[in-house]
Design a protein around this ligand. Structure first.
Ligand SMILES: [Zn+2]
Ligand SMILES: [Zn+2]
Length: 570
């Protein structure tokens, strides 16, 4: 689907027009069109094919022509001309938290800043000081943002890297004889983001594999081609390494290239203490190969339980494996439902029925519809009256007998700055699952924010705290909050913490999940889907849960509906 890239280009046009400042309304029109294309549930090429582009809200005749041109030629002439007149790298600058069209315009007009580098230079040389509308606090924020963006540019979200790796694996399997093939590295450990992709292969015809690898359609450069290692760079900038391993060392290579570094260093010391040597070729006693073909044999020969890749961070997993106390990690199949998703009643794309149908196809036993509430006006939050109507609709849907999946009535209720909720108690009381989240005023200081959230979760009708730290990977840090105090309060009032599976949130992180588990807090893994396709993101939540040492028992949506209701009763 080209929806995303087209939305991005339309947005870029709107910002450049704003910077140019000739017309007040045109930038807004393009911005609106960009938002509609982004939110479009259907493939834009299909919309164009049936000549219906102008039916998209905000897309008039001239914007439709731009889209047609792009689909036909890969270019938008309006954008090309604008870029020549105004050489501002919009995407690069907007990646900095807090920098939007207004700031970009100001920076370009007053200091001719066009990209990350010129902005960084201007900050270092003190040129931003005294600019109207940019205080010292903002300058510090921008400087921190630049550092954040620099870090991002070298890493890719797991949710983006995983499908790419899968596609390359499929390509290799279908174009060359491959006996074994695995993705290793931080991708196999399911880290939230990865620096590159490592693919390991065992083949009787290694040259064919390498040929297939360098001729993968998406390659922009071949960085290195050798007998055992070949590296490519993809058009999106991501580097992929292919390693061809011999049969007797395949497991050792898989273990070695999966990492992490700390985990491997610790394993090597254990091998040494046992009078052995461990490297990427195998586990050796003198010259004799003790284990190497299978990864599991290496752990076994070192006297350890097999350690799942998600745990290999040297965070106590080796000690646990030594005494046979590794957790039995949750799996995707353990998940029976999803308790947080949106529909077109608030800022979701699909209707209630479409979400139910998609959840049923996934085999969920139950789902909970949790649309936003009224104070979140940007997301068309619902008021009491709308929620009551929605409750009736869901009751009808459940009693219609059309679906196996049971639809629970819920809401993602806004936590107001003082910690009160923005829905009346008598409406909250009628919901099956009440999730509360912070969506506003995220920088209020540690003590106030902690108090605010604790007050909300101590409300008698609340069941789950949504995306508990508010972080967005590479975009927004967690709000400053005393998470331990929040867990403590949650334990006291029987409230579960959400593990939000949205790929750029993955909130809570692995460390917080372990802390929650130790404190006996229950977790709900939810997709927070805003469209049917996002219901599939549950797997990213499960990966993260595994990195946090969670077992099925720690998670409320692995339970049967009856058991879940028992939990919800508090
Ligand atoms: Zn939310
Ligand atoms: Zn949500």
């Amino acid at each position: 689907m080209k929806n995303r890239e087209i939305a991005r280009l339309l947005h870029e046009i709107s910002v450049l027009l704003e910077v140019e400042g000739k017309n007040k309304f045109k930038p807004r029109a393009f911005a609106r069109a960009a938002r509609s294309v982004e939110a479009l549930g259907e493939d834009i090429e299909a919309v164009a094919a049936r000549d219906a582009l102008t039916e998209i809200p905000g897309v008039g005749k001239s914007i439709a022509e731009q889209i047609q041109e792009y689909l036909a030629t890969g270019k938008m002439s309006t954008l090309e001309k604008l870029r020549q007149r105004i050489p501002v790298k919009v995407e690069e600058l907007e990646a900095i938290p807090g920098v939007g069209p207004k700031t970009i315009k100001l920076l370009y007009e007053s200091l001719k800043i066009t990209d990350l580098e010129s902005l960084e230079r201007a900050i270092n040389e003190g040129h931003l000081k005294g600019l109207r509308g940019i205080g010292p606090k903002t300058i510090t924020q921008i400087a921190e943002g630049i550092a954040l963006v620099r870090g991002v540019m070298s890493r890719t979200l797991l949710s983006e890297a995983l499908p790419i790796a899968d596609a390359i694996v499929e390509h290799l399997k279908s174009s060359a004889p491959v006996t074994r093939i695995d993705v290793a590295g931080s991708l196999r450990r399911r880290k939230e983001s990865v620096g590159d992709i490592d693919i390991l292969v065992l083949s009787e015809r290694p040259t064919d594999v390498t040929d297939a690898f360098v001729s993968y359609p998406d390659v922009s450069d071949v960085l290195l081609r050798g007998d055992t290692k070949t590296s490519i760079r993809l058009t999106n900038g991501l580097q992929v390494d292919l390693r061809l391993l011999p049969i007797e060392s395949y497991g050792a290579g898989l273990q070695y290239f999966t990492g992490s570094k700390d985990h491997n260093v610790h394993l090597r010391t254990i091998a040494q203490r046992a009078g052995m040597k461990l490297n990427e070729y195998g586990l050796f006693k003198g010259e004799e190969l003790v284990a190497g073909a299978e990864e599991s044999e290496i752990y076994q020969s070192l006297g350890l339980q097999f350690i799942p890749p998600e745990l290999r961070e040297d965070q106590g997993e080796i000690e646990a494996a030594k005494v046979g106390r590794l957790p039995s990690l949750v799996e995707l199949d353990d998940i029976r439902g999803d308790l947080h998703m949106h529909t077109d009643y608030s800022d979701g794309v699909n209707t209630l029925e479409e979400m139910v149908e998609a959840a049923e196809a996934l085999g969920h036993e139950y789902i909970c519809i949790a649309d936003h509430t009224k104070s979140l006006t940007v997301a068309k939050g619902m008021d009491e009256e709308q929620i009551l109507r929605r409750i009736d609709e869901i009751d009808d849907l459940n009693s219609s007998g059309r679906w196996h999946v049971r639809v629970l009535k819920g809401a993602e209720v806004d936590i107001l700055p003082d910690g009160t909720l923005d829905l009346e108690d008598d409406v909250l009381y009628q919901l099956d699952v009440v999730t509360v989240s912070v969506h506003s005023k995220m920088q209020m200081g540690r003590a106030t924010m902690t108090e605010r959230i604790i007050r909300a979760i101590e409300h008698k009708h609340v069941h789950i705290l949504g995306h508990p730290t508010g972080r967005k990977l590479f975009k927004r840090p967690a709000y400053d909050v005393d998470i331990e105090a929040i867990f403590e309060a949650a334990r006291g009032s029987g409230v579960a913490m959400e593990l939000n599976a949205y790929p750029e949130r993955l909130d809570l992180g692995a460390g917080h999940l372990r802390l929650a588990k130790r404190m006996g807090i229950r977790i709900a893994i939810n997709t927070d889907a805003h469209r049917t396709s996002e219901l599939h993101n549950m797997r990213f939540g499960v990966f993260q849960a595994r990195r946090g040492w969670l077992e099925a028992d720690d998670i409320i949506n692995t339970r049967s509906l009856d058991e879940l209701f028992r939990f919800l009763k508090k």
